[in-house]
Write a protein that binds this ligand. Structure first.
Ligand code: SF4
Length: 242
């Protein structure tokens, strides 16, 4: 039990992981153990839909099978292979990261969140995902799906970054950290969807505070919008005396 959260953590982990083992979608990068391949899938998924990434993942790996091949590749070829995925900066960053790994890490991707975050294009989410899935580190990976699931599970209107990091970090199953993070994301992608979540099919509905409170549709609430900018413009009209 997690005192501050008052939830049966063992049961939560067990139920969600069982759901993941039974119902996860069959995606090309599932079960992948090679850190580079996991990194590629995570970077592609940052801003592109799963269905599109499925088409590009295999061909990319055929073209650039490892970090060494990617680091040695011509930038034009890299961008060409990325064509269709959008947000090309990701492709450039991936190639730059491959180069840094060759030069500073002897060709092997480093395994901690801190080390991964120093590579180009790798933020908190991607570092957490790669560290947990590829290297078995007990660290969280908070994406939009996880944010929504946690906001509902704990009935929090506007989950702040620190709360999310802390809560997600305390939930990670130390036995299966990568699967745990993927299970939370999978729940958000297939059951705890933004509109019309399928609470009747949810393996952790028993722990869901928003469901109990009847606030599921309001969680998470809209993030505060920035107030509109007020521009003060001074205008002077000069007239030549006629
Ligand atoms: Fe999401 Fe419903 Fe499950 Fe709560 S019970 S986590 S709202 S799917």
């Amino acid at each position: 039990t997690l005192p501050a959260m008052n939830v049966d953590l063992d049961r939560l982990r067990e139920d969600l992981l069982r759901f993941y083992d039974r119902h996860r979608r069959d995606l090309p990068w599932r079960g992948e153990e090679d850190p580079y391949r996991i990194l590629v899938s995570e970077v592609m998924l940052q801003q592109t839909r799963v269905e599109t990434v499925k088409e590009y993942y295999g061909p990319w790996l055929e073209r650039f099978p490892d970090l060494e091949a990617l680091a040695a590749a011509d930038e034009g070829d890299v961008l060409k292979a990325w064509e269709g995925l959008g947000y090309y900066r990701r492709a450039r960053n991936l190639r730059d990261a491959a180069t840094v790994v060759q030069e500073e890490w002897g060709g092997r991707l480093p395994g901690t969140v801190e080390e991964l975050r120093r590579l180009p294009g790798i933020g908190a989410y991607t570092a957490g995902a790669v560290a947990s899935i590829a290297f078995g580190r007990t660290v969280p990976a908070v994406d939009g799906n996880v944010r929504r699931v946690l906001a509902r599970l704990f009935d929090v209107a506007v989950p702040g970054a620190a709360w999310l990091r802390d809560t997600a970090g305390r939930l990670v199953d130390p036995e299966r950290p990568g699967d745990w993070n993927q299970a939370l994301m999978e729940l958000g992608a297939t059951v705890c969807v933004p509109r019309g979540p399928r609470c009747g099919r949810c393996p952790v509905a028993w722990a869901c505070r928003a469901r109990e409170a009847g606030t599921v549709d309001e969680r998470p609430g809209p993030t505060a919008r920035r107030p509109p900018r007020v521009a003060i413009i001074a205008l002077a009209v000069l007239r030549r005396p006629s």
